[in-house]
Design a protein. Structure first.
Length: 147
């Protein structure tokens, strides 16, 4: 009888020890893919404007992203900002990889309007699409002001 209880206690001890070894106080945090989209808040019609995205993954600057592309459209002319297939309403611009996580491109705006600039970045198995608005000229075309 004593041996039976000893065996049970030993088995429980082994199971508890094995379970404790598998437990960890460290919780694996997800590392986010972050993109700092840098565009001017205002611009003039016909002015060359730099579009810049600084891509990081944790503390690492990502200079080998799988895909980076800037998308530009007039605010309100694209039905769904998440739909890249709406190519009639937007312009896609491939950037230069300047290294050190920096991707740049240049564009010009051809009329007074509020434009949306969105950068699509795929890296480290993740995808992110931050966007910002740029007011060009007076911010609205003459047609829009008459409405």
């Amino acid at each position: 009888m004593y041996k039976k209880w000893l065996s049970i206690v030993m088995m429980l001890g082994i199971v508890m020890f094995a379970a404790a070894c598998g437990a960890s106080d460290d919780t694996d945090e997800l590392t986010p893919l972050e993109v700092d989209l840098q565009v001017p808040k205002t611009a003039e019609v016909g002015e060359s404007v730099e579009l810049k995205a600084v891509v990081t993954f944790g503390d690492k600057k990502v200079d080998d992203a799988d895909d980076v592309e800037f998308e530009v459209w007039v605010d309100g002319e694209k039905e769904d900002p998440n739909n890249m297939d709406d190519s009639d309403a937007s312009e896609m611009i491939k950037p230069n990889n300047d290294g050190d996580g920096v991707y740049t491109a240049e564009t010009t705006f051809d009329k007074d309007a509020v434009y949306v600039v969105q950068v699509h970045v795929t890296a480290e198995g993740l995808h992110t699409m931050p966007l910002q608005k740029v007011t060009v000229g007076d911010g609205a075309s003459e047609d829009e002001e008459e409405k």
